[in-house]
Design a protein around this ligand. Structure first.
Ligand SMILES: NC(=O)C1=CN([C@@H]2O[C@H](COP(=O)(O)OP(=O)(O)OC[C@H]3O[C@@H](n4cnc5c(N)ncnc54)[C@H](O)[C@@H]3O)[C@@H](O)[C@H]2O)C=CC1
Ligand SMILES: CC(C)CC(=O)C(=O)O
Length: 364
C-alpha cells in the first residue's frame, strides 16, 4: 500500500511500527488526529493475512476513533494499536510489556484500552510500563472491561434507530440477527432478551453460540446464513466491512445497528443502505459506550458519571437522524458532519498564548 498517499488523503498524524525480537512483538500504533486531545483507542490483536492488511486496519480504526471521540463529545483524538498475532497462542507478559514501553515512548499522545483479542489482564500488564492505558482492573481504581458498557450503549442506540424505523423504541417482539456473540454482543443479547426481543445468532466460535442459545433461547444459524435471515434488525458485532455489495442485496431488515467498527466496506455502502430503505445507525456513534467509559478514568473514574454519559448515545443517535433528514443525506454522512464540525470548530478556536503551555492562572 502507498502509506504516505493514504495518510495524506485522510490527514493522519503518525504511524509507529513497533518491533521486539525477544517477545515477538510486531505492532502498529496509529495516531490519526489529536486536535481535540490525546488519541484514545484500543489495542486489537489479530492474525492478519499480510502486513499491509494490518497497517490498513490500524489506519482505518484510528480514523474511526477520531470520529467516535469527536461525535461523543469527548476531548480526545483518535488512535488505535494493532498487534499482529493470534490472541489464543501468541500472548505473553513480555509482549504486552514491550508494547507498554512503546506506548510510554509516545508520552501521552496515545492512550490505549481493550479491543478485539485483548483483555483487562493484558491492560494490567501494559500498565506495568505506562500510565497511558485505560480499561485496567477495577482494583486499580479503573473502569475494567469496557464491553458491557459498549453493549449498553449499542442497546440504547438500537432503540433510537428503532424509534425512527418503526415509530416506537420498544424492542419487544423484534427479531434481531446478531453477527458475532463475543464480549460486547453477549451483553447486548442480555438487554435484548430482557426486553423481549427474539434473537438469531451466529459466531465462528461454537461455544459463544451455545451460550446464547442456552441463556437467551436464541436461534443459531451458520455464519454464512446470517445475512439471509428474516429479521427486523441486523446487528453486526464481529469485524468490519461486512456491509458491502454482496451482503446489502441479501439483507431483509429495516435497521442495521451493531457494535462492530467500520461496518461499511466503503462509503457508497452507506448510500446503498439508504436507497434500500434501511436505517443505518452509524457504527462509531452507537458503539461509543466503551470509550466513554474508559475516558472517564482520565478524570478519576466515576461509574455514575460515565453511565449518564453513555445514556446520551440515544439522543446523539436521534440527532444524527435529524441532521440526515434536514440535510437530505445518508446517516453515515450526517454522523461524519457532526464529528467534523466539532473538530473544525476547535481547530479554528483562537490559539491564545499560555506560559509554558499552561494557563496563566495556574502560576498564581
Ligand atoms: N469491546 C468493546 O468495548 C468495543 C468493541 N467494539 C467493536 O465491536 C466488535 C466486537 O468486539 P468484542 O465483542 O470486544 O470482540 P470479541 O472478539 O469478543 O467478539 C467478536 C466475536 O465475533 C466472532 N466472529 C469473528 N468473525 C466472525 C464471523 N465472520 N462471523 C461470525 N462471528 C465472527 C468472534 O468469534 C467473536 O466471538 C469489534 O468490531 C470491536 O472493534 C467497538 C467498540 C468497543
Ligand atoms: C474498546 C474501547 C475502549 C475503545 C476502542 O478502541 C473502540 O471504541 O473501538
Amino acid at each position: 500500500m502507498k502509506i504516505f498517499e493514504y495518510m495524506g488523503k485522510y490527514d493522519y498524524e503518525q504511524l509507529v511500527l513497533c518491533h521486539d525480537e525477544q517477545s515477538g512483538l510486531k505492532a502498529i500504533i496509529c495516531i490519526h488526529d489529536t486536535t481535540l486531545g490525546p488519541a484514545l483507542g484500543g489495542t486489537r490483536m489479530w492474525t492478519y493475512d499480510s502486513e499491509d492488511a494490518a497497517i490498513e486496519d490500524a489506519l482505518r480504526l484510528a480514523r474511526g476513533m477520531t470520529y467516535k471521540n469527536a461525535a461523543a463529545g469527548l476531548n480526545l483524538g483518535g488512535g488505535k494499536t494493532v498487534v499482529i498475532g493470534d490472541p489464543k497462542k501468541d500472548k505473553s507478559e513480555a509482549l504486552f510489556r514491550a508494547l507498554g514501553r512503546y506506548i510510554q515512548g509516545l508520552n501521552g499522545r496515545y492512550i490505549t484500552a481493550e479491543d478485539v483479542g485483548t483483555t483487562v489482564e493484558d491492560m494490567d500488564i501494559i500498565r506495568e510500563e505506562t500510565k497511558y492505558v485505560t480499561g485496567v482492573s477495577p482494583a486499580f481504581g479503573s473502569s475494567g472491561n469496557p464491553s458491557p458498557v459498549t453493549a449498553y450503549g449499542v442497546y440504547k442506540g438500537m432503540k433510537a434507530a428503532s424509534k425512527v424505523a418503526f415509530g416506537e423504541d420498544s424492542l419487544k417482539g423484534k427479531v434481531v440477527a446478531v453477527q458475532g456473540v463475543g464480549h460486547v454482543a453477549y451483553n447486548l443479547c442480555k438487554h435484548l432478551h430482557a426486553e423481549g426481543a427474539k434473537l438469531i445468532v451466529t459466531d465462528i466460535n461454537q461455544a459463544n453460540v451455545d451460550r446464547a442459545v442456552q441463556e437467551f433461547g436464541a436461534e443459531a444459524v451458520s455464519p454464512d446464513k446470517i445475512y439471509d435471515v428474516d429479521c427486523d434488525i441486523f446487528s453486526p458485532c464481529a469485524l468490519g466491512a461486512i456491509i458491502n455489495d454482496e451482503t446489502i442485496e441479501r439483507l431483509t431488515c429495516k435497521v442495521v445497528a451493531g457494535a462492530a467498527n467500520n461496518q461499511l466496506k466503503e462509503e457508497k455502502h452507506g448510500e446503498m443502505l439508504e436507497q434500500k430503505g434501511i436505517i443505518y445507525a452509524p457504527d462509531y456513534v452507537i458503539n461509543a459506550g466503551g470509550v466513554i467509559n474508559v475516558a472517564d478514568e482520565l478524570y478519576g473514574y466515576n461509574r455514575d458519571r460515565a453511565m449518564k454519559r453513555v445514556e446520551t448515545i440515544y439522543d446523539n443517535m436521534l440527532k444524527v437522524f435529524e441532521i440526515a433528514k434536514r440535510d437530505g443525506i445518508p446517516s453515515y454522512k450526517a454522523a461524519d458532519r457532526m464529528a467534523e464540525e466539532r473538530i473544525a470548530a476547535m481547530r479554528k478556536t483562537r490559539s491564545t498564548f499560555l506560559v509554558n503551555g499552561q494557563s496563566i492562572l495556574s502560576h498564581r
